[in-house]
Design a protein around this ligand. Sequence first.
Ligand code: F6R
Length: 606
Amino acid sequence: MCGIVGYIGSRQAQDVLISGLARLEYRGYDSAGVAVADGGQVVVKKKAGKLANLSGELEQQPLPGTLGIGHTRWATHGLPNDTNAHPHTTEDGRLVIIHNGIIENYLSLKAGLIERGHTFQSETDSEVLAHLIEEAYAGDLEAAVRAALAQVRGAYGIVVTHVDHREIVAARTVSPLVMGVGEGEMFLASDVPALLPYTRDMVFLHDGDMVVLHDDGYRITDLQGNPQERPIDRIDWDAEAAEKGGYDSYMLKEIYEQPAALTNTLMGRLHDDTGEVNLDISLDPTAFKRISVIACGTAYYAGLVGEYLIEQLARIPVEVDVASEYRYRNPLVSEHTLAIVVSQSGETIDTLEALREAKKGGAKTLGIINAKGSSMTRELDDTLYIHAGPEIGVASTKAYTSMVGAFVLLALWLGRARGTLTDAQAQELLRATRELPRLVEEALNPARVAEIKRVAEKYAQARDYLFLGRGVNAPTAFEGALKLKEISYIHAEAYAAGEMKHGPIALIDANLPVVVVATESHLLEKTISNVQEVRARSGKVIALLSDGDTENAAHADDVLYVPRAHEMVSPVVNAVALQLLAYFTATYLGKDVDKPRNLAKSVTVE
Ligand code: F6R
């Protein structure tokens, strides 16, 4: 995450930057910083912690100037301290940058820059950008930024200024950037709400766009310098709609954020060339004999996918527990146990207490966590952050798919380290994993979404639902049922498909919609047999099938096609369709999806 703001015009830049950053603090609050240009100098002020720390100081000692850039940080590389806060500058302080994203190849770039005489102040990946631009600078800032970005691999929203130029140069790849167009002034930000007090005319920059801002206009090109045309959109959202990015709810916004969230989860961690995964954790992958995964709710279902993946790919025995049970069942823990806690908030009391229980027994501990600095992260030996960004909707969506993405990474990492995956297998899985953001984007294409809406509305009056899935997608069925019940209040049961005939089959009649996750898998034939059993009892089958599977479509009443994915990563792609099914059912029934009754986002009481 991270939030960025830029301003050039006739107002005091500091005021615009601070008010913009205040509206972007949801994107991170590990530190905040601004750089303001005044005549022949650029002055930087930055502080660890919330924006209030910085704005308090600036109130006492304002920075005069009408051109500036500002940043609020969600730390990825380097501690959340003053030095690692943005903006970053070159040694002579004449060039300043802010960055949102992750530079994947920063270590090799940094080594080269140090060899060529550059000195680094921070531990961040971002600082390499300042030095690369400086190295390429020969009087033309735009050209220097272009040359620097050509060397960079990763995600960035970058904003740059230089004492010798009254201009701001910005560019984006993956990370968002929107430009505000004013009268004799121009703005930049990571998100619309930051700019709404100043202008409603916005240009949404596309991936690979570069823009140069002057007081009275702007010029957009691609990264090679070819001119690009982008429309100016008039934004008429009110403040609340703006926070939801124009979506009707945070939940829907977060469903659509999944390609970006997954990109952030995977970013910098996959090395296709070597088939290696880099998780930046100190855990010794050979120092334990068994794994206990502990979590609640949706995070627990992510853990069930994790169990399947780790056992398949790394051949380590895994058990998964609901945290509220684990902590009271006197679990068998030893120094040969790795306890993995999974949590979006990092605050769920049952999971936190279960973590303490595991530590008491001598387990090594690893967290798969979203919220930086949360209580669990302070007690864990190691944390694998999912970097999904803030999740506000009570029903978890993007955190779930990113948690599953993190388990894919972990299973690969363990498999490589313990020698259970060959180079070829690892490379194939790495490629499949890299595809995930694109496949999820494809799962969200308007035609698919419209079909899910149609099916949701067709069955919205059902009193009960049944969800079935097998293997790595059994948890997909569990999670689909949980989403439906928590936001639509329709009762939903979920079973591993093979278990149906041992009881739940008695529920089936002509009024029962049965969602069957039947995407490409080595168990597909068996799943289709279960579909036949439902049909034979007049149940209504809603089948999730892989694109192109027309043969099995004949067995279903309704089909939701999803993009084809490698079986091991398919739970990520399949979950999206079931989130939307729940979402459209609930909104059709007039429910408040962001605040379902009786629920809280973070459960900090037992
Ligand atoms: C369901 C949901 C909850 C949470 C559970 C754990 O959509 O959001 O089931 O998954 O309360 O929360 P975290 O992940 O914050 O520990």
